[in-house]
Design a protein around this ligand. Structure first.
Ligand code: BT5
Length: 254
């Protein structure tokens, strides 16, 4: 099933053969007129980006490069939790359409066998206490048969992992359904309590050792899950639990 059956996700869609970045495009559109769930999809991006302006490889026709905007009635500091809501919805959509089991690399990547198959970039426009809009950008490697040398051992696609070509619109449609469901639960609760358990089931290296890298130090911990604000919970050898905020440190093994 590849038709959208959503209430508000993608009710306005702009489709491009080539664009700089779908995140930039949705921001330009939202600045003019914000429509909840407004969606931009491109066959190819020339300036696809990740966090900290890192390059996001977005070749023509083989991936899903899309961005959409929402406006949660929540304080701005909660916007980053939408990245986790999104990751769960993408992982569920991929599982339903392809049968492939993915894992979530907290907070914003989805991997198959430790290779990245999805990246998520959440950007916000906000005043002091209110969110104007949040743009959620998703890159999914769907049908590529290979990657440029620098990504060869870091990236994979649904095709490489599963051996069959996948209809991209089926994943977009399923994603929309899951996103609406999880996002509405998140907005009602104002935190991730309603999706935490499902998210944790998909967490890479849950209950295994991970390394927290801060400058030159490398600290061993066990990843045990997330809290309802989306922070990563880790445990030290004495059983003390610490919270790690996204963007604070880099985590290896998760
Ligand atoms: C991300 O950043 O993972 C977020 C990527 C978001 C991309 C989407 S596509 C639609 C929308 N429009 C945009 O312009 N962006 C969003 P980060 O965690 O910073 O990871 C970036 C790193 O992933 C790069 O430095 C590469 O190592 C790697 N990478 C680049 N392209 C990749 C790809 N196609 N598949 C897997 N890994 C890739």
């Amino acid at each position: 099933q590849s038709r959208l059956e959503t209430k508000w996700f993608g009710r306005k869609i702009s489709y491009f053969d080539v664009i700089d970045s779908t995140n930039s495009e949705i921001k330009r559109q939202a600045e003019k007129e914000f429509i909840p769930g407004m969606l931009a999809i491109a066959e190819k991006q020339t300036l696809g980006r990740g966090r900290k302006e890192r390059h996001w490889e977005s070749p023509a026709k083989t991936g899903i490069w899309m961005s959409f905007a929402v406006k949660p009635d929540l304080p701005p500091y909660k916007a980053s939790m939408i990245t986790l809501v999104t990751a769960l919805a993408v992982a569920k959509a991929i599982k339903d359409v392809t049968g492939l089991n993915t894992e979530i690399k907290w907070p914003n990547d989805i991997v198959i066998g430790s290779r990245k198959v999805v990246g998520i970039l959440t950007e916000m426009s906000a005043e002091m206490t209110t969110i104007n809009y949040v743009v959620i950008g998703i890159g999914i490697n769907v049908n590529m048969e290979s990657f440029p040398a620098e990504l060869e051992d870091k990236a994979t696609s649904l095709y490489i992992a599963g051996g069959t070509k996948v209809r991209r619109s089926s994943i977009v449609a399923k994603f929309g359904k899951y996103f609406e469901k999880y996002y509405e639960i998140f907005c009602k609760d104002g935190n991730l309590s309603g999706i935490k358990d499902e998210y944790e089931k998909l967490l890479v290296n849950r209950n295994k050792e991970v390394y927290i890298i801060e400058g030159d130090s490398r600290i061993k911990r066990v990843a045990i899950g997330i809290d309802t604000d989306g922070e990563l919970l880790v445990k030290d050898d004495n059983g003390n639990i610490e919270k790690i905020m996204a963007g604070e440190v880099s985590i290896r093994g998760i």
